[in-house]
Design a protein around this ligand. Sequence first.
Ligand SMILES: C[S@@+](CC[C@H](N)C(=O)[O-])C[C@H]1O[C@@H](n2cnc3c(N)ncnc32)[C@H](O)[C@@H]1O
Length: 367
Amino acid sequence: MGTRTIARTGRWPVSRDVTLLWGLRSPCAFACPHCYFGTIEEHKINPPDQAGVLSHLSRSDLPGDAIKDFARTLDGSPVQRVVIAGGEPLDWPGTLEVISLIKDAGCQVVIATNAIPLTRPGMAQRLVELGVDGVSVSLDSADPTANDQMRPSRSGRFGYDDVLRGIQTLLQARTDQAGQADQPDRVGPRVGIYTVITRTRPQEITEMARLAADLGVDYYVPQPIALAPEHALFDQMSHRPGDTVDVREQLETLYAEPSGVALPDPSYVQRFLDAVTTQDSGHVPDCFGGARLFFIQPDGSLWDCPSDRRIAATAPQHRRTIRGGDARTLFTERPACTNCSEFSRDCVNMWPLVLDMPRLLSTEARR
Ligand SMILES: C[S@@+](CC[C@H](N)C(=O)[O-])C[C@H]1O[C@@H](n2cnc3c(N)ncnc32)[C@H](O)[C@@H]1O
């Protein structure tokens, strides 16, 4: 896949093939009821205390200094790419400095955002100046009302129109910078849309692709919703095997109609369908992620892989943290990942982040 690069510095050349999915901060101004982080309402009553369980109310996010100390150790490490998510990473004032440190270490940076911070003065321009490689914006419906039901802001002040404004502001900032650059084609970031697909709205798969093309974004990734069977919305939102027909039709149309927007590799269609047909256990056969994706939680916990099933199965003595850690040694031990019995829908969602991200970020990937 041509994803390996060589670290610029360090005592000897290091092959770079690791992607970190880093949930940098827990808070978020949105209250998506299906979110991996759970809801504030439920956590006010029952604060989670199990390892690996995320919460927007967490009080154990790493202090800024510990985050920056770790980011400085990325130079000369096997880390090739850092996908910064959360919570909402661009609401935290320290994020821009962390991005700068990661870029200085020679890594690619991709940011997952709700896009509202992009509407604030100077933010989009700063991301362009920092050389951020990708910005993945979450938008769950091409229909404003349906999106704002899936992705309500807690204050009720922000929604669909602001997300579109955020995307447009970033694209404009990129165009402005390219107008002043010697090599305008090399000015980033690539801008994409990530959409969570639920069983009630399979049509989002194609409708969002059309909106993405109209907006002029570079890539688009529909993702199957991942919910635990005990989640209150599982019955309503999670796909059942019988939904495969509609989902397949939508995915086939998506890949048949060239839109000018880059999509995950066509093999993703089957991965998506495999995820959709595994409603009961959430287990999908045949791990394709391998040992190249690690997950960092806001409290610094470092997991070999972001699968909720695998995290839950990690023995306490095998838990690790980036607090005080060094990226040049933390990733030398790789988990044995073939035929993983904990492989789940989460992993399918992660696939475009890891194995396919180089393609989505490449300027040749437009269809
Ligand atoms: C948790 S958000 C954090 C980053 C940022 N605040 C944002 O809104 O993109 C990261 C991504 O996870 C997706 N996501 C959250 N809960 C999910 C679930 N249960 N199943 C699938 N994707 C989910 C979101 O839609 C978003 O695209």
